[in-house]
Design a protein around this ligand. Structure first.
Ligand code: NDP
Ligand code: 8X3
Length: 261
């Protein structure tokens, strides 16, 4: 898709994991603001549906990219083969991620561990490695990493998920230093409980178990996180929100919450 001159003045956002939850809500939020959108995910039909939904917004262009962030060469091919006008990425939201399983470390499923580390840490790195040079070339950009309160604290059975989000937290701090000379902002967002498909994935499709997680909590919504991302992205050029920790009012960190039933 070739963009005309006025379209080139528009901003472009790339969101990983836009087929559900935070990523999808963020895509819709930025479409409302008139951004051109590169949306990614593994589920092709969902990407197709999202593309249609986004195109309903006035003057918005959409580039769906169907890849698995764990596959280094798929990531590189998808980003490197973008048409030149789509390579002017203003904002990257490293959102694709998941928790799988909830077990003590001695009983953990090693395949689950691989999935979390490969997606949450290595996937985020592959995408960043492909996009950051494009931003550096233009001496401008904003990388928003979706970490978690599990990147600030650890909880029983959360071991590898927490470690993967601690890695995101420290990578955000490291990126901010390394990309300082390139005028690239780096924001680390750490949400608490938010009702998306997150727990359904963690509990491998067990809907009842997933629902229980949010009972009586008045959990955050995907739209709350999308609004926070928009807030960070819409501040003046000289302002960088380094860190944002967001919980429902009934949650204070990973160990304390009050359920009202
Ligand atoms: P959802 O399960 O609703 O959405 C996750 C998204 O990530 C989907 O679009 C999924 O797309 C994508 N994704 C997962 N694995 C891959 C992969 N290998 N390659 C490409 N895309 C992938 O969860 P949330 O929206 O809640 O989660 C988004 C992020 O927020 C995650 O990083 C999560 O850890 C973090 N988070 C979530 C919290 C919560 O309580 N919900 C709280 C704190 C942080 P597809 O399956 O189509 O590939
Ligand atoms: C998701 C939040 O507390 O379930 O990252 O780990 S938590």
């Amino acid at each position: 898709m070739i963009l005309n001159h006025s379209e080139l003045m528009k901003k472009t956002i790339l969101i990983t994991g836009a087929t559900a939850g935070f990523g999808r809500a963020t895509a819709l939020r930025f479409a409302r603001e008139g951004f051109n959108l590169i949306v990614t995910g593994r589920r092709k039909e969902r990407l197709d549906d999202l593309e249609k939904e986004l195109l309903a917004y006035k003057d918005v262009k959409v580039m769906p990219l169907n890849f698995d962030v764990r596959k280094r060469y798929e990531v590189e091919d998808a980003i490197n083969n973008l048409p030149e006008e789509w390579k002017k990425i203003d904002i990257l939201v490293n959102n694709a991620g998941l928790a799988v399983g909830l077990n003590h470390i001695d009983k953990g499923n090693i395949d689950d561990w691989d999935r979390m580390i490969d997606t949450n840490v290595k996937g985020l790195l592959y995408v960043t490695r492909a996009v950051a040079p494009l931003m550096a070339e233009r001496n401008s950009g904003h990388i928003i990493n979706i970490s978690s309160i599990a990147g600030k604290e650890v909880y029983e059975n959360g071991n590898v998920y927490c470690a993967s989000k601690h890695a995101v937290d420290s990578l955000s701090r490291a990126m901010r230093i390394d990309l300082l000379r390139d005028n690239i902002k780096v924001t680390n967002i750490s949400p608490g409980m938010a009702e998306t498909e997150f727990s359904l994935v963690r509990f491998k499709g067990d809907k009842a178990k997933a629902r229980e997680v949010y009972q009586g909590i008045d959990a955050l919504t995907a739209e709350d996180i999308a609004d926070s991302i928009w807030y960070c992205a819409s501040l003046p050029g000289h302002v960088c929100i380094n860190e944002l920790v967001i919980t429902p009012v009934r949650q204070a960190g990973v160990h304390y919450n009050i359920r009202i039933t």
